[in-house]
Unconditional design. Structure first.
Length: 276
């Protein structure tokens, strides 16, 4: 079978299974099976595809039909211009979270605490972008920390990041110029609204935070002043439904000028504040 026929057949199978962007996904999966860049597909469009490759491609197609995200199938996800390894143990870093980076990037600091590092995308991005910074990146999951360490080594910033197993602040010591986090914030009541790609393939611990989605903030926010330098600041990602409540929680523990920052789509995406 020629490559152009394989592409067409793959797109049809995905489309019939209700996959949005079937043609795009067909190209991504086919290039992955062939172990070539997507840009080379057009150069090989009339070449024959081996039976071995077709068998492997069928396995990939089935995974996508079962709603496994493309990023999880490929084992990688782009974030702030870098390609991070991901797996079933970490939240798939999304473009919305780049709002956190965009907000803090012009405010370089010397010390950062990231709560719930997952793949390490936030911690590693800051370590790459800021020359003189040391990041403490914590997570309760040993599997997540292992992957984050591998990502740090990939970008040669492992000496700038201390990865620490900790349930939020339990094992954290010291004061920090910036505390940043993308904690779980989906309420259990919202579970039915999630796509199969999210509910089946992102770890629950990284998604859900009690019925109203505020459980993580209730653990994070009261202790923020204990771990923040006097002139430090905080940036916490939120869902649109929690932003005002998170802002009020920050004000209640002594922060000033807490503000809500919107993402590129105009939705509330993070709350940032400095100590009084």
């Amino acid at each position: 079978m020629k490559l152009k026929e394989v592409l067409a057949d793959t797109a049809i199978k995905l489309s019939k299974s209700g996959i949005e962007g079937a043609a795009r996904d067909a190209r991504i999966l086919t290039a992955f099976a062939l172990e070539i860049p997507i840009s080379e597909l057009s150069l090989k469009i009339n070449q024959q595809v081996s039976e071995k490759i077709i068998v492997e491609l069928e396995k990939l197609i089935l995974r996508r039909i079962n709603r496994e995200p493309i990023s999880k199938i490929l084992g990688r996800r782009d974030f702030w211009g870098r390609t991070f390894s991901i797996n079933e143990n970490v939240l798939d870093p999304r473009g919305d979270t780049e709002t956190l980076i965009d907000f803090v990037i012009e405010k370089p600091v010397k010390s950062v605490l990231e709560l719930g590092t997952g793949s390490g995308a936030i911690a590693i991005t800051l370590a790459c972008e800021w020359k003189e910074v040391h990041v403490t990146a914590v997570d309760i999951s040993e599997d997540a920390l292992l992957l984050a360490k591998l990502n740090a080594e990939k970008f040669n910033v492992q000496n700038k990041i201390h990865f620490l197993k900790s349930d939020w602040y339990d094992n954290v010591k010291g004061l920090f110029d910036l505390i940043i986090s993308n904690p779980p914030y989906i309420g259990l009541a919202e579970q039915d609204e999630l796509s199969a790609e999210v509910i089946k393939y992102d770890p629950e611990i990284a998604l859900f935070a009690g019925r109203d989605g505020l459980d993580a903030y209730k653990k994070i926010i009261p202790s923020l002043p204990k771990f923040l330098n006097p002139d430090g600041f905080v940036a916490l990602e939120t869902g649109a439904s929690q932003s005002n409540q998170v802002k009020n929680m920050m004000n209640a523990v002594g922060f000033i000028d807490a503000k809500i920052v919107k993402d590129l789509s105009g939705k509330d995406r993070l709350v940032a504040a400095k100590l009084a």
